[in-house]
Design a protein around this ligand. Structure first.
Ligand code: NAD
Length: 266
């Protein structure tokens, strides 16, 4: 990872005690950003993230918050500003799955996923955007007033039976991202999404831990390997730099070709 690509920037990564969020927080820290490592309940995981950043000479703090609660989301942004003096990058990563057949899905199973994966992203994006718009950046400057990156999923376009709560949230994120990008462009706030394919984390451990599960996953990935958090982290770092200054309202599918309908390849 190129050092100092994000020097002087402050990043907040939600759900950064494990998986993709942890990978992004570490990569942003290694790229020179000061990082607020949000966690929900796994404080040890968040401390590990912090340590990995600090061991490489970076700066990070941990902050407990439930992103689905408005006051917690606001507190996260306030923590970044109070501690590091500013916020430049929000990575809305926190997410959960509560899989259930549609005919059996309870309102609670539906609501919990929508609250975390959709409303939580709205709340953090709103609180961050209110901070970003205080900055004045002229249209001709090749830098932004702030960056919002949503971690969505290939399931914002690929339907997924037994997970209607998850796909509805991710599909919703897609339009939230585009509408926000449109609305906030005049403030020079960039809004984009990264949609990962199958990445080895706790969320899908049950699938990749068994030989059979791995085979099934690989059958859906033309590129022939299951992704790792670093695959997403590198893209997130780049998207947050001014190298990507002209990108707003886009979704980058980082999925080894999962969205290429591999079952049609023969
Ligand atoms: P993960 O379970 O390791 O990470 C999810 C993180 O979100 C955890 O750290 C968890 O504590 C946190 N979280 C959950 N509810 C929260 C809340 N209310 N407030 C704050 N934090 C909360 O799994 P992951 O795979 O790293 O998932 C990260 C994101 O990537 C999710 O949005 C997920 O939908 C998305 N994603 C993952 C994959 C994959 O294959 N792993 C694929 C596509 C999209």
């Amino acid at each position: 990872m190129e050092e100092n690509k994000l020097k002087g920037k402050v990043a907040l990564v939600t759900g950064a005690s494990s998986g993709i969020g942890q990978g992004i927080a570490i990569a942003m820290g290694h790229a020179g950003a000061k990082v607020v490592v949000n966690f929900h309940s796994d404080e040890d995981g968040a401390r590990d993230t912090q340590k990995l950043i600090e061991d490489a000479g970076g700066e990070a703090i941990t902050a407990r918050a439930d992103v689905s609660k408005a006051e917690d989301a606001q507190k996260l942004i306030d923590t970044a500003v109070e501690h590091f003096g500013r916020l430049d990058i929000l990575v809305n990563n926190a997410g959960i799955q509560k899989d259930q057949e549609f005919l059996k899905m309870t309102l609670e199973e539906w609501q919990k996923v929508i609250d975390t994966n959709l409303t939580g992203h709205f709340l953090c994006a709103q609180a961050a955007a209110r901070e970003f718009v205080k900055r004045e950046v002229k249209p001709e400057e090749k830098t932004s007033a702030g960056n919002i990156i949503f971690i969505s999923s290939v399931h914002d376009i690929i339907p997924w039976a037994g997970r209607v709560n998850y796909t509805a949230a991710k599909g919703g994120l897609q339009m939230m991202m585009k509408s926000l990008a449109q609305e906030l462009a005049k403030y020079k706030v960039r809004v984009n999404a990264i949609s990962p394919g199958a990445i080895k984390t706790d969320i899908n451990r049950k699938e990749w831990e068994t030989e059979e599960g791995r085979k099934k996953m690989l059958s859906q990935i033309p590129y022939g390997r299951i992704g790792e958090p670093e695959d997403i982290a590198k893209v997130a770092v780049w998207l947050a730099t001014d190298e990507a200054d002209y990108i707003t309202g886009s979704t980058l599918y980082v999925d080894g070709g999962m969205t290429l309908y591999p079952s049609f390849s023969e």
